[in-house]
Design a protein around this ligand. Structure first.
Ligand code: AP5
Length: 219
């Protein structure tokens, strides 16, 4: 990967599937005026546009498995080198294993300020959350109970119809959780040792989690 020279701020959000990484990263992105970069969204965009990559990853994603490294590497490198990410960016869903973690460290300059945050949520609560999640193609995320759209089934931001993700089926959720717990341990260990890891209780309201993240990021 090539080196990026101008990056000032990088936030990385860790947490199990459904812990609120996307919801929180989107809010922090607005606050800091830097883009949220979600590998899940990049991949879903490929499947929506029926590209070659999209066709290759669609079934893998529906089963909750990790897509091949070379695809992730080229998508993420392309995205973080975009003009809008020059001041910095927020990573949501990346890195997901040690190979990606090592790629990331090679790709960012040593001067970049990197903050890593872990949103902790129990597996039981995750199953409850993902069952009620509704998505929009524009990237907005809702929850039937905790964060409902103003108009049933319609996105507040763009007016499109909301949908349920293929990988939010109960059997797939269990597999995604197993995979997450297996792969994330060495990455969290790395961040605890190098640069610190902010820990947030993700089982509070969306707004309380946001307040906690912003407070800890400032300090
Ligand atoms: P990805 O899209 O990254 O999915 P994920 O990591 O499983 O995370 P989610 O998007 O499901 O959850 P989230 O933590 O963002 O929670 P959200 O804010 O939506 O990846 C999908 C797939 O792509 C992977 O399985 C894999 O196949 C592939 N992939 C992606 N990245 C990859 C990579 N790097 N390498 C290889 N493959 C990769 O919130 C969830 C719900 O809860 C919402 O309804 C929300 O409204 C609600 N909610 C949020 N916060 C709260 C709260 N505090 N209280 C109550 N409800 C809340």
């Amino acid at each position: 990967m090539s080196m990026i020279q101008i990056i000032k701020t990088i936030f990385i959000f860790f947490g199990p599937p459904g812990s609120g990484k996307g919801t929180q990263a989107e809010m922090v992105a607005k606050k800091y005026s830097i883009p949220r970069i979600s590998t899940g969204d990049l991949l879903r965009d490929e499947t929506k546009r029926k590209t070659k990559i999209g066709e290759e990853v669609e079934k893998i994603m529906a089963r909750g498995k990790l897509v091949p490294e070379k695809i992730i590497k080229s998508l993420i490198l392309n995205r973080i080198n975009n003009k809008d990410a020059k001041k910095g960016f927020i990573l949501d869903g990346y890195p997901r294993n040690m190979s990606q973690q090592n790629d990331l460290m090679r790709a960012i300059s040593k001067e970049a300020k990197v903050s890593a945050a872990l949103i902790n949520v129990s597996d039981k609560e995750i199953k409850n959350r993902l069952g009620g999640r509704r998505m929009c193609a524009c990237g907005a995320t809702y929850h039937l109970k905790y964060n409902p759209p103003k108009k049933k089934g319609i996105c507040d931001l763009c007016g499109n119809k909301l949908f349920i993700r293929e990988d939010d089926k109960p059997s797939v959720i269990s597999d995604r959780l197993k995979l997450y717990h297996r792969e994330i341990a060495p990455i969290l260990k790395y961040w605890k040792k190098n640069g610190g890891l902010i820990k947030i209780d993700g089982e509070q309201s969306i707004w309380a989690v946001q307040r906690g993240i912003l407070k800890k990021l400032k300090s």
